[in-house]
Design a protein around this ligand. Sequence first.
Ligand code: SME
Length: 150
Amino acid sequence: MPDYDVLAKSIQSLTEGEDDTVALMATVACEVHHSDDRFDWTGFYRVTAPEMLKIGPYQGGHGCLQIPFSRGVCGAAARTGKVQLVADVDAFPGHIACATSTRSELVLPVLNADGDLIAVFDIDSDQPDAFSESDAEALKAILKDVFARP
Ligand code: SME
C-alpha cells in the first residue's frame, strides 16, 4: 500500500498552480502508477461527448481508445457516478480486457469543481483482488484535491 499522505502531498506540490487538465491527468497517472507495484495500468478516460469516454493520459500498455458509458467497468463508473471496486474482472459482466493479464480493477469517477463528471480514473492490476476500500478513499481524496479545486 503506498503512503497515501506522502503521495497526496507530492502530487499537490507537483501540480500547484497548474490548471491544465491534461497536464494534471498526466502527473496524477504517473505518480499513482509508480507508487505501487499492484498498479499495472493507471490512467484516465475523459468524457468527450454525451455517454462517451475517450482515453486520456495513462501509464502501462496500450488502452482501448473509447468506451461508451454503456460498456465496461469504466462505463459503469461514469454511468452510476460510483466507485467500481472489482475483485475479479472475469466476474464483472461486460468487462473490457485491454490486457489479458488484468485480474482486478478500481475505477473512480472524476468530478470538477462544479461537480460535473469530467473523466474516470482507472487502475488495473494483474493481481486478483488487489484493491481495497482504503485505496478507493485515498485516491478519491487525491482526485478531489487536484480536479475539484475552486
Ligand atoms: N477494463 C476497462 C477498460 C479500460 S482498460 O482496462 C485500460 C473497462 O472494463 O472499462
